[in-house]
Write a protein that binds this ligand. Structure first.
Ligand code: SF4
Ligand code: SF4
Ligand code: SF4
Ligand code: FES
Length: 1005
């Protein structure tokens, strides 16, 4: 596995600028990096050197002892020995070899080699490969079973204690990489094993099913259930038959040795390569942009194998690792559908496309091109978003094009445009990991951006990174924070501005940086007059001492990253609060160096890319303004049409325009708008008034119910293209599965429709589309599919020579304004749109839950995820539950000023007082039924987080909405420093191999 830059020992040494040194391995000169682990230097020259527990991203674990070498005459573990100039290492001396064999023999006492009938024997099993590489023929310590049953209680993976070699990789991954702190090993036990929550079944433990442990397990002890019985040619046989085959193998092994047996299993393993396909893709869920190989056999997904992704390395969350079975759902749209009265009938592509083209043409002739609106999706690829805006501007002749960043991220982009000039994260996830201080505001990062959260949790736990969280809700990041505070809803701008004023008033601002790189300081200083700490404490209802501690911690931090999400943006003042964040970063000098900056966490997988590619009413690809004559002329010449200089309608304005009789037709790709836009009843009423409504999706969504024509599209696994993650990182996805039934990739559908309307597009592959986009948008100038091949990535802006920009605003490049200087932006606080009163006395918050993506269209169709979390619920506080005399499972009716829904409650301390939280997941009655039409003053993003409701207790009471297998049910983490191998070394039966007679850990019955 290749290393993730900030965690790998080898890369860490190199990145730290350590010098190259010469060492000798077995008498041969080897160039290494001072401080890197000896095992890495050896492995570059001898890939077969044994090292069972060592995995570069995890660092030294020191549990297996198979990497023993002689260094300057001493036996040491190569995985835990830093390289030093002049070092002389012997891996093949008699002592070293004996120690390695002795250690590996102990491992075989804990693991039965039945490789030919093992689903993990795919050429990458560390135990098998080590046995083969070391030419093990017989084992001294016989295999002994352990007195435990296998645990199958997690829907996605199982643990087999009998095959567990106690290497501790899983524990290290869970404790210090994912930092869920579920796994430990009871080293003091007579029969050590891996424990969940100190001895709980996996189901119902604190395990969040992220899959890190399964990914790093070097053998079959932890394995994806989707592999079992599917990967091998013989592994589907009944257990009795398999047991008999294993008995035969064991009977012949003493006579013939492992060599011939291994050869048989390697032949069978090689045969698997023929039918098992491994394809790199990019996760289609959140904006972290994890990438990984997906292993498939026909349409069966065997497993997800992360290893080289630039954003995630070995990491995934439950959705990326296990959330793909929806692609085989019976509910998939198979063929185009045409409305007939209240029903739909199946149609051919030819009929459906002709119908849509003819009616679009008729509407354009009758009412003009601006009577048509186009909406792209953040689930579409960059190439598809590019085509959607080109379709609107070139084929239809309107700037009425938008995407769903309008629902979440536009205010953050606006805040950055106002102050620093680029509408994207300042740096990379590696900057977040290396920062001294992380400030998270309005983001449930551990559930909404799980893998990115692991980088913060890891740095906080293992490196002493400081963490401040401001949120209404006490979620996991809040529990882990050094300072957690709960500002009153919609008051973030006040305390953020008070922080800036405090810095200026107390000489804590970075004056030199401000003088050199920032405009507008004096005007900004004047605008801060109202924002004293006293005022902030009163308005935000946060103790002044807490606010002052936050200010002091920020001032003391050499570097700070601010992470924010929809808790900030989905307000009437979302753009202003985002601006206040960037102002504070400027005042404290937290731009223009690694490890700092602004990180608006992009929600959907390609919400960044959808806007980057110009699916917006006022921008071309790469954020060139349509009002800019030069940019417009460029596109006019390229596309051979005249483009209007006036901004088109955004998706919020499109709905109003329908009511005004100005918009007659909409073409919408990949958006379940009725479940996403605010005030669903209003949106639905608009759709009903359209003369033509065309929806393109993979399932028959709520929005499809309003359509005249539905085009069946395909999910990301069935197409090629690129996605851009929250770090501005462009990544390629390859086609994993053939397209389903008669469905087609979005880019092909858009092209077919464009050509029906006379466009004569001729894109043969998404690479052609990216080529065109890169030729027009300077921000993407050097983006090519070759430069993105495999796991290669580019972070925009990308120069024509392919140089990309992992961190923005570094060095003398300055900010993205003509004079290279940032701009402080004066702000005032404006009261939120909906205030609580006697009738609507409860504040409704909403957002994601870990297991589900948005409304659950995909994840609810993944059986394992459905099993874990099948039901939506309203989180209410113990205080409110006490006041209303209700408990978990009680049905209530939640009523806002615009709508009502019925839902079960879950009583939890995550919320307090009269705050309630409703996940976006919705089988019926989505959150937006309750959300009014108030919007952000600058971007029209709905103010989803400004909703007051009342709650009426209904007579019905059901079971607790949490399943017993859900991690929230009875899970209790067991944090510890990692594997804690020192406890193993204290055992009476432990000896370092090669130092004296090794006594193995007795794990037998
Ligand atoms: S949380 Fe669960 S799946 Fe993730 S590493 Fe820990 S035990 Fe494994
Ligand atoms: S279950 Fe854990 S300790 Fe056991 S072999 Fe796998 S990674 Fe190692
Ligand atoms: S949902 Fe996000 S964190 Fe989870 S695997 Fe996908 S991209 Fe990574
Ligand atoms: S690889 Fe060094 S102790 Fe396991």
């Amino acid at each position: 596995m290749s290393a993730h830059p900030e965690f790998a020992t080898l890369s860490a040494a190199r990145d730290a600028g350590e010098p190259a040194v010469e060492i000798h391995v077995n008498g041969n000169p080897v160039v290494a990096t001072q401080g890197e682990m000896l095992v890495d230097a050896i492995l570059r020259h001898d890939a077969k050197f044994p090292h069972v527990c060592y995995l570069e991203p995890l660092g030294p674990i020191k549990t297996c002892d198979t990497c023993m070498v002689e260094v300057n005459g001493q036996l040491v573990r190569a995985c835990a020995t830093p390289v030093a100039a002049g070092m002389k290492a012997a891996t093949e001396s008699v002592r070293a070899k004996a120690a390695q064999h002795e250690a590996f023999d102990t491992i075989l006492g804990n693991h039965m080699l039945y490789c030919t009938v093992c689903d993990n024997s795919n050429g990458n099993c560390t135990v098998h490969n080590t046995a083969a590489n070391m030419h093990v023929e017989h084992q001294k310590h016989p295999f002994k079973t352990k007195p435990y049953d296998g645990d199958f209680t997690n829907p996605f993976y199982r643990y087999d204690p009998d095959q567990c070699i106690l290497c501790g990789r899983c524990v290290e991954a869970c404790q210090n990489y994912q930092v869920n702190e579920t796994l430990t090993i009871n080293w003091e036990s007579e029969h050590p094993r891996v424990l969940w929550d100190g001895g709980h079944e996996i189901g119902g433990s604190s395990c969040v099913s992220c899959g890190h442990c399964v990914t790093v397990c070097p053998c079959n002890a932890l394995m994806e259930k989707s592999m079992i019985g599917h990967a091998g040619y013989l592994t589907h046989l009944p257990k009795q038959a398999l047991d008999k085959m294993i008995d035969v193998v064991k009977a012949v092994e003493p006579e013939i040795g492992y060599g011939p047996i291994m050869a048989v299993s390697e032949t069978e393993s090689a045969m698997r390569d023929v039918r098992v396909k491994k394809t790199k893709t990019v996760c289609t869920y959140c904006g972290v942009g994890c990438s990984f190989d997906i292993w498939t056999k026909d349409r069966h997904i065997l497993k997800v194998e992360p290893s080289e992704g630039a954003a995630n390395n070995i990491s995934t969350c439950v959705k990326g690792k296990f959330g793909w079975d929806y692609v085989n759902s019976e509910d998939r749209l198979r063929t185009p559908l045409i409305r007939e009265g209240n029903d739909f009938r199946e149609a051919s592509w030819e009929e459906a496309l002709s119908l849509v083209a003819n009616r679009l043409q008729a509407i354009r002739s009758k009412d003009g091109p601006d009577a048509i609106g186009v909406i792209a999706s953040s689930k579409c690829t960059n190439e598809e978003s590019y085509l959607m805006q080109k379709f609107a501007r070139q084929v239809i002749g309107t700037n009425n094009v938008d995407n769903c960043s309008r629902y979440c991220q536009s205010p953050a982009t606006m805040g950055l445009f106002r102050t620093v000039g680029h509408g994207g994260d300042s740096g990379s996830i590696s900057d977040i990991a290396q920062s001294s201080l992380i400030l998270i505001i309005g983001s449930n990062t551990a559930e909404s951006h799980p893998v990115l959260a692991t980088r913060v949790k890891r740095a906080h736990k293992t490196r002493g990174q400081k963490l401040i969280v401001a949120d209404l809700r006490k979620h996991e990041m809040a529990e882990r924070a050094d300072i957690f505070f709960q500002p009153k809803p919609s008051t973030d701008l006040i305390w953020l501005s008070a922080m800036s004023r405090y810095m200026l008033d107390h000489g804590l601002a970075r004056q030199e940086f401000l003088d050199q790189w920032v405009n507008g300081l004096e005007e900004y200083r004047r605008s801060l007059a109202p924002f004293t700490m006293e005022y902030a404490a009163k308005m935000c209802e946060v103790p002044i001492e807490t606010l002052e501690s936050v200010a002091q911690m920020i001032a003391a931090a050499p570097t700070m990253c601010v992470l924010w999400a929809m808790g900030i943006t989905q307000h009437c003042g979302g753009s202003d609060s985002s601006t206040a964040i960037s102002n504070l970063l400027l005042i404290t000098g937290n731009y223009m160096k690694p490890g700092c900056g602004a990180y608006p966490l992009r929600g959907h997988n390609n919400v960044q890319g959808a806007s980057d590619m110009g699916s917006m009413p006022n921008y071309f690809p790469g954020y060139e303004k349509i009002a800019d004559d030069k940019a417009r002329t460029k596109y006019e010449q390229a596309w051979g049409v005249t483009i209007k200089a006036e901004k088109g309608l955004d998706n919020h304005q499109m709905i109003d325009a329908i009511y005004d009789g100005k918009l007659k037709a909409m073409y919408l790709a990949g958006e379940d708008m009725i479940s996403s836009d605010a005030d669903a009843n209003h949106v639905g009423g608009g759709f009903e008034r359209l003369e033509l409504f065309v929806v393109q999706d993979i399932f028959f969504t709520e929005t499809c119910r309003y359509a005249d024509v539905v085009f069946p599209a395909v999910p990301s696994l069935e197409r090629e293209g690129t996605f851009t993650n929250t770090e501005r990182r462009i990544q390629r996805l390859y086609q994993v599965l053939p397209t389903y039934a008669d469905a087609k990739p979005d880019w092909q559908i858009i092209q077919l429709l464009a050509n029906k309307l006379g466009a004569e597009w001729d894109y043969k592959h998404p690479a052609d589309i990216m080529h065109e986009a890169a030729s027009l948008a300077p921000m993407l100038a050097g983006v090519t599919y070759d430069r993105l091949a495999g796991y290669k990535t580019l972070q925009w802006p990308v120069k024509a020579d392919g140089t990309d920009t992992p961190t923005l605003y570094l060095d003398e490049g300055g900010f993205n304004f003509p004079d290279k200087k940032a701009r402080l932006y004066p702000l005032e606080w404006i009261q939120d749109s909906e205030v609580m009163n006697d009738e609507y006395d409860i504040h409704l918050n909403n957002g994601r839950v870990l297991e589900h993506f948005q409304t659950g269209n995909q994840t609810m169709r993944v059986p394992g995820i459905y099993d874990l979390n099948p039901e939506r619920y309203l989180e209410i506080s113990p205080e409110l539950a006490e006041e209303r005399k209700i408990s978990s499972g009680q049905w209530v009716e939640v009523t806002s000023r615009v709508g009502k829904i019925k839902v079960k409650v879950l009583v939890t301390t995550r919320v307090s007082g009269k705050e309630v939280y409703l996940p976006l997941t919705s089988q019926s009655g989505p959150v937006n039924v309750l959300v009014g039409s108030a919007v952000d003053r600058s971007t029209n993003t709905p103010a989803y987080k400004e909703t007051s409701v009342n709650i009426r207790v209904l007579p019905e009471k059901g079971a607790n909405p949490l399943r017993p297998t859900n991690f929230r049910y009875s899970g209790k983490r067991t944090p510890q420093k990692g594997v804690e191998v020192e406890r193993k070394w204290k055992r009476a039966d432990y000896r370092l191999p090669g130092t004296s007679e090794l006594v193995q850990i007795n794990t037998g019955k």
